[in-house]
Design a protein around this ligand. Sequence first.
Ligand SMILES: [Zn+2]
Length: 470
Amino acid sequence: MVGCVLLLAGAARADKIVLKNGRKIIAYNVVEDGDKIRYETSAGQLALPKSIVDHIERGGLMPGMGSPAAAAASLNLEPPEPAATANESEIDKGAVHDGSVDRNYINNLESGAAAGGEKAIRAARAHLAASRFEMAKGDLEHSLSDARAAVSYAPEDPTTLMELAYVYLRRSEFKQSLEYLERAKRYAPNSPDVYKLEGWTYYGLNRPDQAAAEWKKSLALRPDPEVQAALDKAVRDKAEEENYKENESAHFQLKYNGAAEPGLAREVLHTLEGHYQQIESELNFSPPDPIGVVLYTQEGFADITRAPGWVGALNDGRIRVPVQGLTGVDSELSRVLRHELTHSFIQQKTRGRAPTWIQEGVAQWMEGKRSDENAATLVQVYDAGQAASLAQLEGSWMRLPGPMASYAYAWALANIEYIVQTQGMGDVERILDRLAAGTPTEQALREVLHDDYADLMQATVGYLKKNYGR
Ligand SMILES: [Zn+2]
């Protein structure tokens, strides 16, 4: 899934999915969704047909997670953070104190800063402090706008450029990140941090060879256990990928393990091309980049899911599908492909800016799911004043407790279904266009639907009552 980031803070809770054939999958956020089990792993969001699942063991601890070795294996690379001078740490303290960003302080520093010079450097520093603070809170949206402001005041400062690149990395916006790293490199050609971050960028862009080359350069300039672990992982990934065969069609690059049926791979491509045409015309958009697809047979998939992987590799836009035991595309697999393909379209159309509820709402709509079975429950939850707000469903759903997560999917679908059924898919398209331009989601809704989040939920509940009520 797009937008899911696995946060490795201490020991993580995880569930175990036990399949009828005895295989066990360690996963986060396991949710029953109709005849499907959806779950998150380091490989992204995946789904299995419920028919092959024996049972789910809830709430175990992810084995080995939280240990220093596992943390290193997860390749969670830290941003460069140079020691501050006395002057700079005074600005840091002025910009962020008492648990919040002091916008007045920053505004004051900004007056006269547009002319450049010392004032601009101080304003840039204050925005960087704010950006780091927002990131630590998990607010990547504000972290990005502060980092961009910092670069506007200090466009030639390599540290500032790297910090902006780092925010883009955390947002899985790899191309933008690369652009700023290339700029930073012009002013700091011997910085090990630039190569460290570039390695991450290439890794996220599915170019493990280039990632390894960058990390080697970084290590030659400065030993760094994080980078060494990242390099080792890239080398292992490459070895794993070499066992995969490739297949291509007009819009897809498909990889599959040698053990998968070649006929299945061809059929998957054929199915995807059919879905592609339909989604293309519904969303009135053609993704410029080819879409990567990886089919996992049992062993390959278990290997991927066993180890907590690297968060940066999650949002690489590849569709990852377990196909164990399948010899052809059945209706279930076809729906999974359609759902996951929709995510790729939205990711590319909005440049990664769609909130999770829109991603999952449109993906479920496209796969053919409707709100009928959940309508009564949603109305009840809403009328009891217990519905989550759409603002709460914007970010990652990884940390929502199990029952909340299934509501999240149901609310996402219901809101999108309401928009499509009453206003038409054209409005969804217009909302996505605004998100692509950087408009915050609620504002995009106001511009297109003339509704804010609360209005939309209310209208959606009205729609559910009218269409599914007895
Ligand atoms: Zn999804």
